[in-house]
Design a protein around this ligand. Sequence first.
Ligand SMILES: NC(=O)c1ccc[n+]([C@@H]2O[C@H](COP(=O)([O-])OP(=O)(O)OC[C@H]3O[C@@H](n4cnc5c(N)ncnc54)[C@H](OP(=O)(O)O)[C@@H]3O)[C@@H](O)[C@H]2O)c1
Length: 283
Amino acid sequence: MLDKNKKILILGAKGMLATDLAKIFSFYNLTLWDFDDIDIIDKNQVDSKIGDLKPDIILNCAAFTNVDACEEEVDKATMVNGLAVGYLTDIARKIGAIFVQISTDYVFDGKNKKGYIENSQEFWPSSIYGASKLLGEKALAKLDKYYLVRTSWLYGRHGKNFVDTISRLGREKKELKVINDQFGKPTYTVDLARQILYILNNDLPFGIYHITNETKKGGITWYEFAKKICKLQKLKVKVRPCSTAEYPLPAKRPPYSSLINTKLPKTRNWQKALKEYIKSINN
Ligand SMILES: NC(=O)c1ccc[n+]([C@@H]2O[C@H](COP(=O)([O-])OP(=O)(O)OC[C@H]3O[C@@H](n4cnc5c(N)ncnc54)[C@H](OP(=O)(O)O)[C@@H]3O)[C@@H](O)[C@H]2O)c1
């Protein structure tokens, strides 16, 4: 069991995942820092502020997460998602802290229809975001005490996400076209936060973990996800499937990016998690 007196630092604390992590970890000795408290691309700040605080565990949720904007702002993506993770691993090693880094399915090449297990080496990110997050992953190699947690298609109460967008558009429009040739696994931030606590509470071996809600093998498409959102929201909108080619975006997304979990107890099914989330936003 994780000792209640352990000092835990959450970075990117105002973000979507971090806000739910802070709730799930509320029984611990928490420090919550966002951009106003520390700029993780500034190595001097990282060294002095985290060096003074000396946390036992660093949970890094700070990231540049706008996938399309990363295509334009390559330097910023490289700094925040890549180089800064190196600064954080340096200070974690110096003070002996456990480092938890959150990464993404977008680090993979997206060609494997079966999906990717934790130690898969099929890296070939199709976007700047994916490449910058992969750079961050590589920086962890300098550390012994790390958990690298990959997740995908995140949604939660405290950030921009697909469920909220479809719920809004479903109310505004008569018809929605949604991509039906990209497969992945939706993940509710509350379930992800609970699994991260499980890893730490059970002192699981350091290394890579994949955390998503459970789906059928190979994942589901955005279209299937959108259909379920509209059904649970009781919206009359017609949801129609379309191809990636019909919906061009600045960043290329992987067609197959389902993360396979071979190490942790199963997270709940995506439909159950989505139902709970929709109930919570409608209350
Ligand atoms: N969202 C997804 O679908 C998804 C999928 C897979 C993996 N992930 C990963 O999961 C993690 C959490 O994602 P999220 O969606 O919860 O993130 P988020 O809501 O975008 O939050 C990220 C936080 O980091 C802060 N931040 C950005 N640059 C910073 C800097 N230089 N120094 C300090 N703080 C900085 C942001 O502040 P500002 O808002 O002021 O910039 C924001 O509060 C990230 O590592 C992300 O890559 C996300």
